[in-house]
Design a protein around this ligand. Structure first.
Ligand code: HEC
Ligand code: HEC
Length: 260
């Protein structure tokens, strides 16, 4: 910003010197002052982050969702304002690449696109991304969402609990609660509002971390108990996941070896 002021002063001063050789030299120097950061600064992670407004990010995510789907919506709403503050080369990042994550990656309904975009943004902006991603995914699994009503939304949002970070379960559970079809405009708007909820939550987490406050995260007790045999170091050690086991193995919960 200081550079911009200096440059403006120089340009005004140069008005009087126009046409002289001295002016040409000064113009060249002024251009150097206003040079953007080198392209290599893009590769230095994390990018510099200053707190942004969670509610503004939510609204931007909702609008981004309608432009280029859920993953783009979440990523661009969080990283876009940061890139705008930082200028070039940050703002030249190819945000549209994240269209690939729409519908849990091109309709395969694997990882929810909003979470995928959010995790990418966290990795880019946080000096310690893992606790934030863990806290975000655990929240997404268990929270009735969407928990925001963006400006321009046409329907009353019907909240549901996804049960896992997967697009497939998230949408299936929503159709169960809403009694609506998976390809109706209400479902589309719901995923837009969900993208807004996720972007908002990420900004709250990033702001909290950048203020030096620890982010709380704990897996459900039952999942921890399943993991004690099935995860790393357990007697069986035949899986690796932090997902809530009950989201898919509900019939096993409470009826399984070692579970009282
Ligand atoms: C005390 C140890 C222990 C705990 C705790 C435990 N399991 Fe298992 N689980 C086993 C063993 C042993 C087997 C059989 C493994 C084999 O035969 O390869 C098994 C098998 C399974 C299987 C495959 C067989 C089937 O019944 O479908 C699933 C799925 C499973 N466990 C899920 C879970 C879940 C979910 C939880 C938490 C609710 C859990 N387990 C908790 C020990 C445990
Ligand atoms: C998103 C759904 C989902 C979640 C969440 C999930 N699982 Fe599974 N799990 C599956 C599917 C699908 C299979 C495939 C095999 C099958 O059941 O036929 C499987 C298989 C297993 C098996 C059996 C492997 C074998 O040898 O047959 C175990 C054990 C298991 N899961 C444990 C867990 C535990 C423990 C958790 C939680 C930490 C968990 N799963 C979370 C979907 C899930």
């Amino acid at each position: 910003m200081g550079n911009k002021m200096d440059r403006r002063k120089l340009v005004m001063l140069l008005g009087g010197l126009a046409g002289t050789g001295a002016a040409a030299t000064l113009v060249a120097r002024a251009d150097q002052v206003a040079q953007p950061a080198p392209t290599s600064s893009l590769q230095k992670l994390p990018w510099p982050y200053k707190p942004i407004d969670p509610d503004a990010a939510a609204q931007r995510a909702f609008e981004g969702y309608y432009k280029s789907e859920c993953m783009y919506g979440a990523f661009e709403a969080i990283v876009g304002p940061v890139a705008e503050q930082l200028g070039s080369p940050y703002k030249d990042f190819p945000f549209l690449m994240f269209k690939y994550g729409g519908g849990g990656v091109k309709g395969w309904a694997t990882l929810c696109g909003a979470l995928n975009g959010a995790a990418a943004a966290i990795q880019l902006l946080s000096p310690d991304p893992d606790p934030l991603v863990n806290a975000l995914f655990e929240w997404y699994e268990h929270e009735p969402l969407p928990d925001v009503h963006p400006k321009g939304a046409k329907f009353v949002e019907i909240r549901s609990v996804a049960g896992s970070p997967l697009c497939h379960q998230s949408i299936a559970n929503w159709t169960k609660v809403s009694h609506k079809h998976a390809y109706c405009p209400e479902r589309s708007e719901r995923c837009g509002a969900l993208t807004a909820s996720v972007a908002r939550q990420v900004v709250i987490l990033l702001n909290s971390q950048s203020a030096g406050k620890p982010v709380a995260f704990a897996l459900p007790k039952q999942t921890q108990s399943c993991q004690s045999c099935h995860e790393k170091g357990g007697a069986v050690e035949n899986i690796r996941t932090k997902m809530d086991c009950g989201g898919c193995h509900a019939p096993l919960m409470g009826k399984h070896p070692g579970i009282s």
